[in-house]
Design a protein around this ligand. Structure first.
Ligand SMILES: *Cc1c(COP(=O)(O)O)cnc(C)c1O
Length: 345
């Protein structure tokens, strides 16, 4: 085996969905955009569908095809980017529910697909997607007369429970939607953890399903083992890797393992993380290259056949912290070259 082995535990995904669902008294959807946060949207959606999940969210219509093909006609597949120019055929044929983001999108939808389901996305301060308060005031009556499936908004700071943006956005959302008789949704993973006033009728967790922060109690979902290609002795004073960036301060053993920035092990991790042999940390030394890493295994008593980058000793979020990023980015960059082993459900 010459590529890394990525193990994806769908039972853990399902367990995480169940735990998040149990925190609310409302419905719980599943966000499977970006190929299920890099873990395989079809497999993830299938496992969750078996568990009873009937509402899924993707970012763009192109992502919906594989999910509709896998799950058949039953589940609702909602699209955050709404009904963009060129989306009409896919929205109709795949029976998607676009979250309408603007007056333009609303017009397009009602003109091209009258009677086809849709939702509405409102902007409550994040300034990314959705209608703003004045736009919504202008078209709410027309839109609501068509009985949208959902009215939703998204929190910008839900991973910081004490951030004043959270109650501000909650108040904006209430101001824009109180009194309407359409199901409402505000919370993603972080919003679920903020408490019941954020839950409304439907929550939309993504990262929590896949074992990432801010859901600290999540079960880990992925493990990543990288095979050792060769091991060499390096004398004190010798250098390792591109740019001579690491120099041995003692006689060392260096393992070269298969995996690099082309596999999502971002270059920022150079000299900043470690791989594990069982419970023993082995520092990544020198620069991450496209296909290879160099690891200091001097302190091991045996020659490892593989080393673990993500596993029991080091979570996705630990790795993200080393890389000065977030778990979301580590997960969604996990490479296509790995041998992927998906088990469970
Ligand atoms: C990505 C996304 C989610 C899921 O967010 P997580 O933080 O991964 O739970 C929910 N809603 C919207 C609008 C999103 O873009």
């Amino acid at each position: 085996m010459s590529t890394g082995r990525l193990i994806i535990d769908l039972d853990a995904v399902v367990a995480n969905w169940r735990s998040l669902d149990a925190m609310t008294n409302c419905k719980t959807a599943a966000v499977v955009k970006a190929n299920g946060y890099g873990l395989g949207a079809a497999n993830v959606a299938k496992a969750l569908f078996k568990e009873g999940v009937r509402q899924f969210f993707v970012a763009v219509v192109e992502e919906a095809e594989v999910i509709r093909a896998e799950l058949g006609p039953k589940p609702e597949i909602n699209v955050f980017s709404g009904h963009m120019k060129g989306d009409t055929d896919a929205v109709r044929e795949l029976r998607l529910t676009p979250m309408i983001n603007s007056v333009d999108q609303l017009t397009r939808h009602l003109e091209t697909l009258p009677d086809h389901p849709f939702g509405v996305q409102l902007d409550t301060g994040m300034n990314r997607l959705g209608m703003e308060i004045n736009e919504w005031a202008a078209v709410a009556e027309v839109a609501l007369a068509q009985r949208p499936k959902l009215v939703m908004s998204h929190l910008a700071c839900a991973d910081e429970p004490d951030h004043p943006m959270n109650p501000y956005q909650l108040a904006q959302f209430r101001k824009m939607t109180d009194g309407i008789s359409v199901p409402r949704s505000l919370a993603a993973t972080g919003g679920i953890l903020l408490g019941p006033e954020y839950h409304f009728d439907l929550t939309r967790p993504g990262i929590g399903l896949y074992g990432g922060l801010p859901y600290a109690e999540a079960q880990p979902v992925v493990e990543l083992d990288l095979p050792v290609v060769q091991i060499r002795d390096v004398a004190e004073g010798e250098v390792v890797g591109y740019g001579n960036s690491w120099q041995a301060s003692r006689p060392s053993r260096i393992a070269t393992v298969s995996g690099g920035y082309a596999d999502g092990i971002i270059r920022m991790l150079s000299d900043r993380t470690r791989l594990y042999h069982g419970e023993t940390p082995c520092p990544l030394v020198g620069r991450v290259s496209m296909d290879l890493l160099t690891i200091d295994v001097t302190d091991l008593t045996e020659e490892p056949a593989k080393l673990t980058l993500i596993g029991p000793q080091q979570s996705v979020d630990d790795l993200a912290a080393d890389a000065r990023t977030i778990g979301y980015e580590i997960l969604t960059q996990l490479g296509a070259r790995y041998q992927r082993k998906t088990f469970g459900k």
